[in-house]
Each structure stands twice: as structure tokens, then as C-alpha cells.
Design a protein. Structure first.
Length: 278
């Protein structure tokens, strides 16, 4: 059994499987991808393991087979199942439940992410409220926020949200009784978890769609470009986008005027072609 690949260092089961096989084959040269297919009872489907690493869905029966091959104990097996569920979830509710299961099973969940930090990124309106409090003078009465926030959020959710921001130390009441941010901005920081951030970004993409479909009196920019590009040109464009992000942060940081609104900026750059040979 390969003890070098600690399952609790992963939240993506495909990455875990890939690294496990790469490490174990160094100790057992016979433990090839083809041999894994044989152990799974799929001797006629020698590409199955490679297909799984590339994104093929894994059935419950195959999940159990993998658990046996990996010689996982009960806790590790539960964690593996939760990782699979997280990856193959059909909606955000199931995905969120799987993430909570990972946190529950993980022996040191603070290494995965702080539970309050998870809550913060689990809902888009927490970060929106954080920014809104810099614009509006809000005390314990959150109805002014509930009236203006887009998309609409219930008063109960906003109340829970501000309580979370207080627990995280992101806001506090000033001498006038208004809740104000304790810092200019926040990032994922030490809680930089790929799956968590992906969930948060998915919500942000949905916000963009809703903003596009909803008539608004506020200024907004919606633009899409589709183009062919060489690898070298892509690298230049990626560098330009990174520079733009830095410039955007600088503009926000250097804004000496009182903010009067909250804006959402998403950047998407992706390929419509899979790499050749994949």
C-alpha cells in the first residue's frame, strides 16, 4: 500500500488517483494504468483509468472498486466518496453538501479551510455585503441593504451574513453604530481552496448572466470576443490580463472619493478546443 500519497491532501479525486498511481508505480513497477484497469475488472477497457483522469464519470460500483484497490480504511473511503460526489455533483446544493462532508471527515479541516471562510465563499452576497457596507451607513437595521441589493436577498440571509462578517473580523461597528469593513479588500488568502473558489466563481458567473438579462439604471459593460490565437500570443494576453487586474486593484485602492456603488468584475479567458491528442 502506498503511504506516501495522503488522501487528505486532496479535494479532487482525479488528482489523487493520478498522484497515487504515479507514486505507487515507483514502488511496484507492475502497478501501471493498464494493471489498474485489470484490477477494476475492465481488462478489455485498458483506457478506462486514463479516461477517468480526463473527466469520465465514475459509477458507484467503480467507486467501491477503487476503494478496494487503494486499500482505504473506513474514514479514507468516506472521504474518497465525498470527493467523487463533489466532482460529479449535478447542482450547487449537492456540491455544497459534498464539500461540507469533506470538512466533517478531514482530520484537520482547518488545513482544508476554515469553516467560516467556507461559509464566506459559499454565497456570493457575503462579499457583496462586505463592499456595500463601505458605501452605505448601516446599523442593525439591514432593510436599506435588502431594498437595494441586486439580485435580491432576504433579510434573514443578510442578518446571518453580517454576523459571519463580524465573526471573521471583516466588519465592526464604528463610534456612530454603523458597520464598516475593517480592511479595503479580501482575497482567498490562506483558505485558497480550488473547489471552494470554483464554487464562488460559478455563482459570480450566474450574477453576470442575471445582470445581462435584467434592465438596470446603473452603468455596466458586457462584452465578448472570440478569436484564434497562438500559444505565444495567449501568454501575452494572459500577462496583459494579470496586469489589468493589478491596475484595477490599484484604482480601487487609490480612490480617495467616497464610494457610491458596488461593482462586480469577472474575467473569463478559455479555449473552445481541447489540446491535441486528448
Amino acid at each position: 500500500m502506498n503511504k506516501e500519497t495522503n488522501i487528505f491532501q486532496f479535494t479532487h479525486f482525479r488528482k489523487y488517483l493520478e498522484q497515487y498511481q504515479e507514486q505507487r508505480v515507483l514502488e511496484e513497477p507492475s502497478f501501471t494504468r493498464t494493471e489498474i484497469c485489470n484490477l477494476l475488472g475492465l481488462s478489455k477497457s485498458r483506457s478506462y483509468f486514463a479516461d477517468v483522469l480526463r473527466g469520465k464519470k465514475v459509477s458507484p460500483r467503480m467507486v467501491q472498486k477503487f476503494i478496494e484497490i487503494l486499500s482505504l480504511n473506513k474514514k479514507e473511503a468516506q472521504y474518497f466518496k465525498a470527493m467523487v460526489q463533489l466532482d460529479q455533483a449535478k447542482n450547487e446544493q449537492v456540491r455544497s453538501q459534498a464539500m461540507e462532508e469533506l470538512l466533517h471527515i478531514h482530520p484537520t479541516p482547518e488545513h482544508l479551510l476554515n469553516s467560516d471562510a467556507y461559509d464566506y465563499y459559499a454565497k456570493w452576497y457575503h462579499s457583496a455585503l462586505f463592499a456595500i457596507l463601505d458605501v452605505l451607513d448601516i446599523n442593525d437595521d439591514l432593510r436599506p441593504v435588502q431594498k437595494r441589493i441586486f439580485p435580491k436577498v432576504s433579510l434573514g440571509k443578510l442578518t446571518s451574513s453580517i454576523q459571519l462578517l463580524i465573526r471573521l473580523g471583516l466588519v465592526r461597528q464604528n463610534d456612530d453604530g454603523f458597520y464598516k469593513p475593517t480592511k479595503d479588500s479580501i482575497s482567498s488568502g490562506p483558505y485558497n481552496n480550488d473547489e471552494l473558489i470554483r464554487q464562488y466563481q460559478l455563482q459570480c458567473f450566474e450574477l453576470s448572466k442575471e445582470a445581462l438579462l435584467t434592465p438596470s439604471k446603473n452603468p455596466h459593460i458586457m462584452s465578448t470576443l472570440v478569436f484564434s490565437l497562438s500559444k505565444e500570443a495567449y501568454q501575452k494576453m494572459e500577462a496583459e490580463l494579470q496586469a489589468f487586474k493589478k491596475a484595477a486593484r490599484r484604482i480601487v485602492a487609490e480612490d480617495s472619493n467616497k464610494p457610491d456603488s458596488v461593482y462586480h468584475l469577472n474575467l473569463h479567458l478559455f479555449s473552445n478546443l481541447e489540446p491535441e491528442g486528448k
